[in-house]
Ligand binder design. Structure first.
Ligand code: KIV
Length: 246
């Protein structure tokens, strides 16, 4: 795959989707990382279809030009029938494609069923947060190459590679004709994805600083400063002023 790099970012609501849209990204992923960064849950396994649908609808209300991809939450895609039903709900809510963590062989049948029903699928290999293990670089080169080729063969349109060594991600990108989108997978992927809250420095968990994240702004720090100033002005009777009143 050659040409311009693909830019993907997560978004979970109307505001973050509007920001992503104004910034001109190519893909918006309504990630199940919403579990952690929006809901304060410990694991992405905790978020449900109903909650993900609320996020997808809010993102799509921003009418982004980017392709909106909905992440299939834990157990929503455990059988071909449940995956098809839930993927259709996401499409009805405005998403254009779904992402599936390919954790076991049963997901192959699931993806084949979605593709047969003309639903675009983004596969996800490497570290799989729904597997609930500690984040760990996936170094199984032969298996990753084999699985990537299989996902292309059965009709995935794109492939996310998470925490895959740069060299292996490069080999996969060379091997496939569908684009690869990396997170912690180095520079040879066809594109990159980051979680919105990590990128803009809005993560409530200040200790979450994996090396694959680059923080481009410090919005949480700025917001705390702004709210402190507001609190001080209210307590000192400096806000509201005449111009803020009717
Ligand atoms: O849910 C998510 O944000 C993701 C990305 C990290 C790829 O799956």
């Amino acid at each position: 795959m050659t040409g311009k790099k693909i830019v993907m970012i997560t978004a979970y609501d109307y505001s973050s989707a509007s920001i992503a849209n104004d910034a001109g990204v190519d893909f918006i992923l309504v990630g199940d990382s919403a579990a952690n960064v929006v809901h304060g849950m410990k694991s992405t396994r905790e978020i449900r279809m109903e909650e993900m649908l609320v996020h997808v609808k809010a993102v799509c209300r921003a009418k982004p030009k980017a392709i909106v991809v909905a992440d299939m939450p834990y157990k929503s895609d455990s059988t071909p029938a449940s995956a098809l039903k839930n993927a259709k709900l996401f499409l009805k809510a405005g998403a254009k494609a779904v992402k599936i963590e390919v954790s076991e062989d049963t997901k192959i049948k699931v993806i084949e069923t979605l593709v047969k029903n003309k639903i675009k699928v983004m596969g996800h290999l490497g570290y799989l947060p729904q597997s609930n293990s500690k984040p760990k670089v996936n170094k199984e080169e032969t298996k990753l190459l084999k699985d990537s080729a299989l996902l292309e063969l059965i009709g995935c349109s794109w492939l996310v590679l998470e925490l895959v060594p740069e060299k292996i991600a490069g080999e996969i990108t060379e091997l496939l004709s569908i684009p690869t989108i990396g997170i912690g997978a180095g520079k040879y992927c066809s594109g990159q994805v980051l979680v919105f809250h990590d990128l803009v420095g809005l993560n409530a968990d200040d200790s979450f600083k994996p090396k694959f994240v680059k923080q481009y702004a410090s919005l949480k720090k700025d917001a705390v400063k702004a709210v402190k100033k507001y609190a001080k002005e209210v307590r000192e009777g400096k806000f509201p002023k005449k111009k803020n009143s009717y």
